[in-house]
Design a binder for this molecule. Structure first.
Ligand code: PMV
Length: 320
């Protein structure tokens, strides 16, 4: 059987940085994210028989670097006695550049693989499997605004608002195209071991999540903006104060943050967030989108703008 799925990346407004259990890839903190709409990964999986080992193609080319992570995720989901898989992924945005391509990839992978193996699984079960491969991927199983609870035993997930409930817009300023210098797993381990701020970061996450959750429930953009920027800067402070220091920003990243601050002073409903890469994601209300687009397009060094609303969770497109 062959199955094709689609998943979109998600952007955390309250960030995940740090693991409680590296072996099970369980996060040290909860997080809250928005699932995007127009950026996607489409994943085709089959278990044809007569194939010696798993194969992976990404955008038409064999990808040996990513293959071991894909194989581990399939073993975890289906057991090691499974047949070798033929996996092909297509992605319409830059990969491994801080745009959450691994989130959409693993969310799409678990959906397609379980369908291709003839299984029917609960969404939470699939989300947990995706999360063991890439922590943030669990959130892409759900649409709209999503909260991931760190949980005592395993993660839990709640969709807080659908895309229609609160139609936020996201303008992504791509400031650099190359892959990021340090993967998030290595970065998180370094931060936990060396940043003097790490314990505080973990200890205060509960408070930021509570504020963000309440802001979403009240559709209070200003409150969400304030806590999201604060949480983003706190995560980057932990990164910067790790040893050796982890700096994902470039000068265009900072120029984009300043442009967002200018827009805020001009009365626009917008805030920035930045992940493990130099791209700046400006989250805004629809009425401010045109102003956000034109301000970020005018920042020297911005290579491309991607604009999107909020979208649905990972889903099966076809099974044959
Ligand atoms: O899921 P990972 O291992 O790629 O880690 C994601 C970490 C951040 O993107 C920086 C924050 C987040 O919550 O998505």
């Amino acid at each position: 059987m062959r199955a094709i799925s689609q998943a979109q990346p998600n952007i955390a407004l309250i960030k995940y940085w740090g693991k409680r259990d590296a072996g099970r890839n369980l996060p040290a903190v909860g997080s809250l994210s928005v699932t995007l709409e127009t950026l996607w990964t489409k994943m085709t999986v089959s278990f044809p028989g007569g194939v010696a080992a798993d194969t992976l193609r990404v955008n038409g080319r064999p990808d040996e670097a990513m293959l071991p992570r894909v194989s581990r995720c399939l073993d975890d989901l289906l057991g090691t006695a499974r047949r070798p898989a033929v996996v092909a992924s297509e992605c319409n945005f830059p990969i491994a550049a801080g745009l959450a391509s691994s989130a959409s990839a693993f969310a799409a992978l678990v959906v397609a693989a379980s369908a291709a193996a003839g299984e029917t699984r609960e969404v939470l079960d699939l989300a947990r499997a995706a999360g063991r491969a890439s922590g943030s991927a669990a959130r892409s199983l759900y649409g709209g605004i999503v909260e991931l609870e760190a949980g005592a035993d395993d993660i839990g997930l709640t969709a807080l608002a659908s895309p229609a409930d609160w139609p936020l817009r996201v303008v992504v300023a791509v400031t650099e195209r190359g892959p990021k210098p340090l993967g998030s797993t290595e970065g998180m381990a370094r931060s936990a071991a060396t940043s003097p701020f790490y314990a505080d970061w973990v200890g205060r996450q509960h408070d930021d999540l509570a504020v963000a959750r309440a802001a979403v429930a009240a559709r209070d953009f200003e409150r969400l903006a304030a806590v999201a920027e604060h949480n983003c800067l706190k995560m980057h402070s932990v990164m910067w104060t790790s040893r050796p220091s982890i700096v994902y920003w470039n000068r265009t990243t900072i120029a984009c943050m300043e442009a967002v601050r200018d827009l805020q002073r001009g009365g626009h409903a917008v805030f920035f967030t930045i992940d493990a890469g130099p791209q700046v994601k400006a989250v805004c209300l629809p009425e401010s989108e045109a102003a956000v687009r034109s301000a970020l397009a005018g920042v020297a060094g911005v290579q491309e703008l991607l604009e999107t609303g909020l979208g649905e969770g990972a889903r099966l497109l076809e099974r044959a």
